[in-house]
Design a protein around this ligand. Structure first.
Ligand SMILES: C[C@H](O)CC(=O)C(=O)O
Ligand SMILES: [Mn+2]
Length: 341
């Protein structure tokens, strides 16, 4: 395989996919998948709890396996790929990042809500000090106008990030909005621009292609769509589509298809598809990782999960406010009782 790459893909199934399987990855699953992705010449493989380092908790869901064990195991089986970790300041800590680097992580992705880049300077600086390739990851990018996004991306650039990502956490962005955002970042930044999609409105591939057309060179995908909500841009499909477009990823398409089929499909509790709930995530602009939490709350209160998700969208709830899901479900359920009597 060639190492000539026009676009550098980060495979996120072993991190974003953690949401979809309630953070139940085993060491064997992670090492099998990471080794195979490395052999397929994927340049970056993200491994962490779904909510990043330190995410294993009552609030976000406990991991079956300590993520540091997963990171170390993945790092021990890759030859060319770099292991990436995600860190949300306030959930993950500086010692978590140091430990991840010690265990073999080579890239740190520091994620904040799209209007909160100013909580990231220490973490970005530490990542650089540790010699890690450093990415600023602006989540829920649909919630801010383009000018705000540019302002926040410039902050991350000024803190030392090598790349800034537009992150469509809710899978809510439409192609023209992606175009406008990526173009504005390309016009305003000197560093690389990346894009992370979710497929809740079936737009992940279209949005990713628009982002690449506008100059994004760092792109996320999840193999077999193993990501939160309806998953991300499906990596093996993206690799094939980019190949048809003459855009080099350096990734072996056949190997990716085999990994998807033989190693990743068996990990999924059910095949990834756009269900009524994941559709509502994109439609209402709700954080994709809220999906299973909302379904659990709906079951507990005997209400429709779509009502919870729509209300969360109305309230513009953001990542870190997972506790609101139960509150909203309880309120909807109480309102129902009031109506009945
Ligand atoms: C913590 C989130 O799951 C990060 C992410 O992948 C997103 O916002 O999308
Ligand atoms: Mn995501």
């Amino acid at each position: 395989m060639t190492n000539e790459r026009d676009v550098l893909i980060t495979e996120v199934a072993l991190r974003d996919g953690s949401h979809a399987i309630r953070h139940q990855f085993t060491v064997k699953q992670v090492t099998d998948v990471a080794k195979a992705l490395d052999e397929a010449n994927v340049p970056f493989i993200e491994v962490s709890h779904g909510d990043g380092l330190g995410g294993s908790s009552l609030q976000y869901g406990f991991s079956l396996t300590n993520e540091l064990e997963l990171i170390e195991a993945a790092a021990s089986v890759v030859k060319q790929a770099k292991i990436a970790v995600l860190l949300l300041p306030g959930i993950g800590t500086m010692p978590d990042l140091k430990q991840a680097a010690k265990l073999g992580a080579k890239m740190a992705r520091i994620a904040t809500h799209v209007t909160e880049a100013d909580v990231s300077p220490q973490h970005i600086a530490l990542a650089k000090d540790l010699g890690l390739e450093t990415v600023g990851f602006l989540m829920m990018s649909h919630m801010a106008p383009t000018e705000k996004l540019v302002e926040q991306a410039k902050l991350m650039e000024s803190y030392g990030a090598d790349t800034v990502y537009v992150v469509d956490s809710a899978g809510a962005l439409l192609p023209y909005q992606v175009k406008e955002r990526i173009r504005a970042l390309k016009d305003s930044l000197k560093i690389n621009v990346g894009f992370h999609a979710h497929n809740n409105l079936s737009l992940a591939m279209a949005n990713t292609l628009v982002a690449i057309e506008e100059g994004a060179t760092r792109i996320d995908g999840s193999i077999r769509c193993l990501g939160a909500g309806a998953g991300n841009t499906q990596t093996e499909v993206l690799v094939a589509v980019l190949d048809k477009l003459g855009i080099k990823t350096g990734i072996d398409i056949y190997k990716m298809m085999d990994i998807a089929e033989e190693l990743v499909a068996p990990i999924l509790e059910k095949p990834q598809e756009i269900t009524k709930d994941s559709l509502v995530l994109g439609y209402a602009g709700v954080y994709s990782s809220f999906l299973l939490h909302a379904q659990k709350a709906a079951q507990r209160f005997g209400i429709d999960s779509r009502d919870i998700l729509l209300e969360l969208g109305n309230r513009k709830v953001v990542g870190g406010q997972e506790d609101m899901i139960m509150d909203v479900a309880a309120e909807i359920s109480n309102r129902g009782l009031v109506h009945e009597h």
